[in-house]
Design a protein around this ligand. Structure first.
Ligand SMILES: C[S@@+](CC[C@H](N)C(=O)[O-])C[C@H]1O[C@@H](n2cnc3c(N)ncnc32)[C@H](O)[C@@H]1O
Length: 353
C-alpha cells in the first residue's frame, strides 16, 4: 500500500517529485511508461549539482531526460532545481550508473548519454574505481541505439589519456569530430566542475562520439528475477540446536559472492533470520533469509520480503546453500520440496541430499 501511494505520486506528479524509487523499478524499466510518453531517452551520468541536466531538459522539451547519481546531497540539490524550473520531462535516480545501464535499461534504449567530469580517482590504488574503461564503453554501446550519441568531458589530463585509449580501443564507437577530442566547447552549458577546472587553469577535453550502426554483442544481459524461492525440509533438530551450530561463512560460484552474516532468532515466531549479502554483477543485495518452523521438525527456508529484495539466481543459490548446510547438520535430515532452478539444485541441494 505504501509502495502504491509512493509510486502513484511519483508517476502522476512529476512537478512535485521527479525522484524514481530505484529498488522497485522493474528489470528493465519501461521508460515510456515512467515518463508517460514515447520520446528519445537522454541520460546524464553523475549530474552533480544538476545544472547541465536541467539545462538539457529545458533545451530539449520533446525528449525524456534521465539523471543518475550516487550522491544523495547531489540528488537533493537537483530535485530543488527541477521543482523550481517546473520541468515535467526529467526524472532522477539514485543508483550506480552500471546498475542503471545493465539492469534498468533494455538494449538499444538510450538515444544520448552525457558524462561530465567523472571522478578521476587519481591515485594508483584507486584507478580501478574509474567509471570509464573499455568494459564500461562496451556496456554503454549495448544500451545505446545505433547512431546514439556519447559525450564525455574531463579536465583531468591522465583520465583524458585513459578515456582516449579506451574509446579508440572500442570498436563500437566513432568520433563525430575530425579528432578524438577537442579542448574548447563554447556551445554547452559549463558545469560546476568544468568552471573549477577552467578557473584553475586545467585543459578540458571534450569527446563527442556516436555508436556505430553495426551490431554490438551483448555480454551484459538484463538480470532475471525468479518466483519467490523456497526449500522445505525435515530435520530432527530444533531451532535452538540449529542456531547453536551456525557460524558466519561465505562462498562464491560463477561470479556470484554470498556472505552469510549474523543469525537472529525472531522473538514472535518460530524462525531464524540470516542476514545475507549477495553480490552478482550488476546487483548487490543485503537481505534476510528465513528458516521458519512450520511444525516440529519441518522447516521452510525462504526470502524475507522486508526492503524489496529481488529474487535473483544469487538468492536461489543462497537459499540452496543454507538448505545444504541445514541438511548436513543431521544424518536423518531430508529434503521434502523446493522450487529452485535445476542448476542451483545440482550444485547445492542435490549435492547434499
Ligand atoms: C566530479 S563530479 C562531476 C559533477 C558534474 N557532472 C559536474 O560536471 O559538475 C562526479 C559526479 O559523479 C557522481 N558519480 C560517481 N560515480 C558514479 C556512478 N558510478 N554512478 C553515478 N554517479 C556517479 C559523483 O557522485 C559526482 O557527483
Amino acid at each position: 500500500m505504501i509502495f502504491e501511494n509512493f509510486w502513484f505520486s511519483t508517476y502522476n506528479s512529476p512537478m512535485t517529485s521527479s525522484l524514481l524509487p530505484a529498488p522497485q523499478l522493474s528489470w528493465p524499466v519501461n521508460w515510456h511508461d515512467i515518463f508517460g510518453r514515447e520520446a528519445a531517452l537522454l541520460l546524464e551520468i553523475g549530474f552533480g549539482g544538476g545544472h547541465f541536466l536541467v539545462d538539457l531538459a529545458q533545451k530539449r522539451p520533446s525528449a525524456n531526460v534521465l539523471g543518475v547519481e550516487i550522491s544523495l546531497p547531489a540528488l537533493d540539490r537537483a530535485q530543488r532545481k527541477i521543482k523550481t524550473g517546473v520541468l515535467g520531462n526529467v526524472r532522477l535516480l539514485q543508483s550506480d550508473a552500471r546498475y542503471l545501464l545493465q539492469a534498468l535499461c533494455a538494449p538499444e534504449s538510450l538515444a544520448e548519454v552525457y558524462i561530465n567530469f567523472p571522478d578521476p580517482w587519481p591515485k594508483a590504488r584507486q584507478l580501478h574505481r574509474r567509471l570509464i574503461n573499455v568494459d564500461f564503453l562496451h556496456l554503454l554501446a549495448t544500451r545505446l541505439v545505433p547512431g546514439g550519441l556519447l559525450d564525455i568531458a574531463t579536465d583531468h589530463a591522465d583520465y583524458a589519456l585513459a578515456i582516449t585509449e579506451a574509446l579508440e580501443a572500442t570498436p563500437y564507437f566513432r568520433s563525430r569530430l575530425a579528432t578524438t577530442f577537442v579542448t574548447e566547447d563554447n556551445e554547452r552549458l559549463r558545469t560546476k566542475y568544468e568552471q573549477i577546472g577552467l578557473a584553475e587553469g586545467r585543459i578540458c577535453h571534450y569527446y563527442k562520439w556516436e555508436r556505430r550502426k553495426t551490431a554490438v554483442p551483448n555480454q551484459y544481459p538484463v538480470p532475471k528475477e525468479f518466483p519467490m524461492p523456497h526449500v522445505v525440509l525435515h530435520s530432527p533438530l530444533n531451532l535452538d540446536e540449529i542456531q547453536a551450530q551456525y557460524g558466519r561463512w561465505q562462498f562464491s560460484v560463477d561470479n556470484c559472492h554470498i556472505n552469510f552474516m549474523e543469525l537472529f532468532r525472531a522473538k514472535a515466531e518460530d524462525a531464524l533470520f540470516v542476514e545475507t549479502y549477495i553480490k552478482e554483477e550488476p546487483v548487490t543485495q543485503r537481505l534476510g533469509l528465513v528458516i521458519r518452523q512450520r511444525e516440529p521438525g519441518n522447516y521452510v527456508i525462504s526470502l524475507h520480503e522486508l526492503g524489496f529484495p529481488r529474487p535473483t539466481l544469487g538468492v536461489q543459490r543462497a537459499i540452496g546453500q543454507l538448505a545444504t548446510w541445514l541438511l548436513g547438520l543431521h544424518e536423518e535430515a531430508t529434503l521434502l520440496h523446493h522450487n529452485l532452478q535445476p542448476e542451483v539444485l545440482e550444485r547445492e541441494v542435490n549435492h547434499a541430499a
